[in-house]
Ligand binder design. Structure first.
Ligand SMILES: [Zn+2]
Length: 378
């Protein structure tokens, strides 16, 4: 999921918000205002609003901490994490590749719920030190009221995440255990995703029944979560299956060998008219004096004002060779796709012994998968 708003960086990881996050933040904020006003009628509106705002922020801080714990384990196991995005149903850490072994997957998944449980117990402990007595129910003092709510919600979060519905953390734990036993990641994912879909459908049915039985909006919410989980389970399984197929294919088998080239000395107007517009291709390899010096795409051209294009050469705007990510013909196709996705690239040059031998693009990878799928269905 792409963040809509960047908040900043923590430990080298971008933290971002998706627009849908605002819906849930407002929902939590207003339900907290209501909750605080019910437990203590002496609170002024300003006090209820401020405590609700601080509590909401701390709640999202706990979700970021949960995701950071996934990221820390992923990183320690050699899986780089680029960003964490908060959205309507929590957070996601965008890990650049699938786990390489069952053990890594197990620890990476289970550390999240453990962190939430620890954070929850921590808030309850602070509330207890501040004088909260669990037997007397929720306390009236503002500080403690917020702490107790944070304590319980984080424990609920830990329990919810342990539901074995892949791709929830609990589903990932289940998959890693099956994977550890049968040594087959794709089959393990298939089983975990089926369990996930079953639970998701149960959520939808139960949620809708509750909603129609008592017009209870909590039921509708449950059904919505179920619907989201079902989609996520199907998509995650498709992703893992595709990745397994691509792992068996090398870049050299799929790449195109006729790389469109362009002379670096050409000016940009000629390049736009005679190359981009005439061929419809978006990416060209730049050659200067017979040497491959880099890549140029429509994006670089678009950054130059039209009236400056006749006086700028292709070589001046090309992405230099050192900065271009390349692969070799022996690179597995799934690795090449991961590199393109993490680098936000549509294509990569294929280099063998310092020579350009082809170009691999995302659309070629997709076409490859599509052809295979069609043959399998026939
Ligand atoms: Zn998690």
């Amino acid at each position: 999921m792409r963040p809509s708003i960047r908040l900043g960086r923590l430990f080298g990881i971008d933290i971002g918000l998706h627009y849908s996050w605002f819906i849930i933040a407002l929902l939590i904020f207003f339900s907290l205002v209501g909750h605080f006003q019910v437990i203590n009628r002496q609170w002024s509106l300003a006090l209820a609003w401020s405590v609700a705002a601080i509590t909401t922020l701390l709640f999202f801080g706990s979700i970021v901490a949960h995701e950071l714990s996934h990221a820390a384990v992923a990183r320690a196991r050699g899986m780089p994490v680029k960003s964490i995005t908060l959205f309507a149903l929590g957070g996601v850490a965008n890990i650049e590749k699938e786990s390489v072994d069952a053990k890594s997957e197990f620890w990476m998944a289970i550390v999240g719920p453990i962190s939430s449980a620890v954070i929850g117990l921590f808030f309850l402990a602070v509330a207890w030190i501040a004088g909260w007595q669990p037997s007397t129910g929720t306390p009236p003092a503002p500080l403690r009221a917020g702490l107790v709510w944070l304590g319980y919600i984080n424990i609920v979060l830990a329990i919810f995440n342990m539901i074995p519905a892949f791709p929830l953390d609990g589903g990932r734990v289940l998959r890693s255990i099956i994977w550890g036993i049968n040594r087959d990641q794709v089959r393990a994912t298939k089983i975990a995703a089926s369990v996930g879909q079953f639970i998701a459908v149960a959520f939808i049915v139960f949620g809708l029944l509750r909603f129609f039985a008592g017009a209870d909006f909590g039921g509708l919410w449950l059904a919505f979560i179920g619907w989201f989980l079902k989609d996520a389970a199907v998509a995650s399984y498709a992703g893992v299956e595709a990745s397994a197929v691509l792992a068996r294919v090398r870049v050299g088998e799929v790449m195109s060998q006729d790389c469109p080239t362009v002379d670096g000395n050409l000016n940009l107007r000629t390049f736009a008219e005679d190359y981009l517009m005439r061929t419809g291709r978006r990416c060209f390899v730049v050659l200067q004096n017979g040497r491959y010096i880099g890549l140029v795409t429509i994006n670089e051209l678009k950054r130059i004002e039209p009236d400056r294009r006749p006086f700028t050469t292709v070589a001046q705007i090309a992405i230099p060779l050192e900065r271009v990510r390349t692969v070799s013909p022996d690179t597995p196709l799934n690795r090449a796709l991961e590199l393109m996705i993490s680098g936000d690239l549509n294509q990569m040059p294929v280099i063998s012994n310092g020579e350009l031998v082809g170009v691999i693009s995302r659309s070629q990878v997709l076409q490859y998968l599509q052809t295979r799928a069609e043959l399998k269905a026939a």
